[in-house]
Design a protein around this ligand. Structure first.
Ligand SMILES: *[C@@H]1O[C@H](CO)[C@@H](O)[C@H](O)[C@H]1NC(C)=O
Ligand SMILES: *[C@@H]1O[C@H](CO)[C@@H](O)[C@H](O)[C@H]1NC(C)=O
Ligand SMILES: *[C@@H]1O[C@H](CO)[C@@H](O)[C@H](O)[C@H]1NC(C)=O
Ligand SMILES: *[C@@H]1O[C@H](CO)[C@@H](O)[C@H](O)[C@H]1NC(C)=O
Length: 437
């Protein structure tokens, strides 16, 4: 069945997901790498000789560059935009003594099914439940004690770009997303880890995909925005686990997709970005939305992490739709990051990422630092790089590269503090690889 599911990914779906100009951009990429090899390697050898004591140099050299091509739409990066290009092995061996973090990522067993735009949730028993992904009903569990994956009963629907939330009673609520042919779903289903059974639960009032889902303190689940047939939604609704029903609530002030929602320490929910720089707060006690400051940049495909000090760290993203969809291949993604202070409602710029990225994953580590990994820098430039934000110094430090380049993957913090990263796509197809940080 799983093989069938994979075959059922019709070519239109994949073509649309990957974009039609991939081949062209691969050619452009090869040209760019050749140009880079001619220009960068001699430059970086010079730079490296000057900087052999600098730990952050690694085997990459950052330079500002403009790439022009003879194709109809030329790639033109902002002059200020940094592009990292891998340099030769000769360079990295010169500074290999300062790379202790290179082994931070280790591969673990691969999932049974290749997945992208799936979900991964840490259950109350410490296992990680992964659901769906493009063209899939299938679900599987990762057991950290044995590092093995086990297929469980499949969901009732194929879903990707859906959400999954662990409810207070330990069940998993899976909501919306897209079926084949980009058809958005309104249905939701519950997985009970004790009986190992999926049950269809209520349907939302609107189908939606690329929405957010947040578990409120009282156990209800707040779902916001997303899109239906590529039209962004401002609607929001609440799932009540006791009645298993969905109720629409007041609309948000802005329609959003590829946005984020974070449950603050005070129980309110901060919704950020989604092709806009606006932010708004849901207050469960009044069931109302209030604007709360404005981010310095519009963001889509960013991450939002609640820090131990209660602030929210928003990192990366594309400025608009284009970096996420690849509609404008020359777009590069942002390095900028900012902090939301829930006491004042202020947004403050904090240290910038070393690599601009969107569609990356972020995890708050048990020591309070934030790990981000993967994502894409522009069009089809997927990244394996990862970096860690220190809330005290407000600086992002490069850490090891993952074993695979990843985009629209998932990261989960296991009970012992290790981070499990799953899925991505390669050569236009989802992959099943998983690794640990
Ligand atoms: C945490 O669990 C992972 C997955 O089973 C394992 O590979 C890793 O060694 C564990 N880490 C520690 C510090 O126990
Ligand atoms: C949780 O609070 C919301 C108000 O934000 C309310 O509508 C909902 O019924 C409450 N849920 C439960 C389970 O009490
Ligand atoms: C942050 O909020 C405080 C209190 O509301 C205000 O006095 C201050 O000017 C704000 N700072 C910025 C940078 O907006
Ligand atoms: C937390 O752990 C990460 C990963 O081991 C490390 O890179 C980071 O420096 C640590 N942060 C702090 C504040 O100690």
């Amino acid at each position: 069945m799983n093989a069938n599911e994979n075959q059922a990914l019709n070519s239109e779906t994949i073509t649309r997901f990957i974009g039609k100009k991939r081949l062209m951009w691969i050619i452009v990429g090869i040209v760019a790498v050749v140009v880079a090899a001619v220009i960068v390697i001699p430059t970086s050898i010079i730079l490296t000789k000057k900087k052999t004591t600098t730990t952050d140099v690694r085997s990459t050299t950052t330079l500002s560059t403009t790439i022009s091509t003879a194709t109809p739409t030329a790639i033109t990066t902002e002059p200020s935009t940094a592009i990292s290009l891998e340099t030769s092995a000769t360079v990295s061996t010169e500074i290999s003594t300062v790379q202790p973090f290179y082994k931070n990522w280790i591969q673990t067993n691969s999932m049974n099914n290749p997945r992208i735009a799936h979900t991964a949730s840490v259950l109350q028993n410490g296992k990680v439940l992964v659901t769906g992904g493009i063209g899939l009903k299938s679900a599987e569990l990762y057991d950290p004690s044995t590092a093995t994956w086990t297929l469980i009963n499949p969901m009732n629907h194929k879903r990707w770009w859906h959400s999954a939330s662990v409810l207070l009673d330990g069940k998993l609520l899976v909501v919306g997303g897209e079926h084949d042919n980009y058809q958005c779903l309104s249905s939701s289903e519950l997985y009970d880890p004790v009986t190992e059974i999926w049950t269809t639960t209520g349907s939302m009032n609107s189908p939606r995909s690329q929405h957010t889902a947040s578990v409120l303190r009282n156990g209800s689940v707040l779902v916001t925005g997303g899109h239906i047939d590529h039209v962004q939604l401002n609607s929001a609704e609440l799932y009540d686990p006791s009645t298993k029903s969905w109720t629409p609530i007041a609309n948000m002030k802005y329609a959003r997709k590829w946005h984020q929602a974070s449950v603050l320490d005070n129980g309110k929910v901060l919704v950020t970005g989604g092709l806009t720089n606006s932010a708004e707060l849901y207050d469960p006690s009044t069931k109302s939305w209030t604007a709360t400051g404005t981010m310095h940049y519009p963001r889509a495909g960013h991450t939002a992490s609640v820090l131990a000090n209660g602030k929210v760290l928003v990192a990366g993203a594309s400025l608009g739709d284009t970096c996420m969809t690849g509609a404008s291949p020359g777009d590069t993604c942002m390095t900028s990051a900012e902090l939301y202070d829930s006491e004042t409602g202020n947004w403050t710029i904090t240290g910038s990422l070393n690599n601009g990225r969107t569609g990356h994953a972020a995890s708050v580590l048990i020591n309070g630092s934030v790990l981000v990994c993967g994502g894409r820098a522009y069009m089809f430039y997927y990244m394996s790089s990862s970096e860690v934000y220190d809330p005290l110094t407000k600086i992002w430090y490069m850490t090891g590269d993952m074993n695979y380049k990843r985009y629209q993957h998932q990261s989960s913090v296991l009970p012992n503090g290790t981070v499990l990263v799953t899925g991505t796509e390669e050569q236009g197809l989802p992959t099943s690889s998983a690794e640990l940080y």
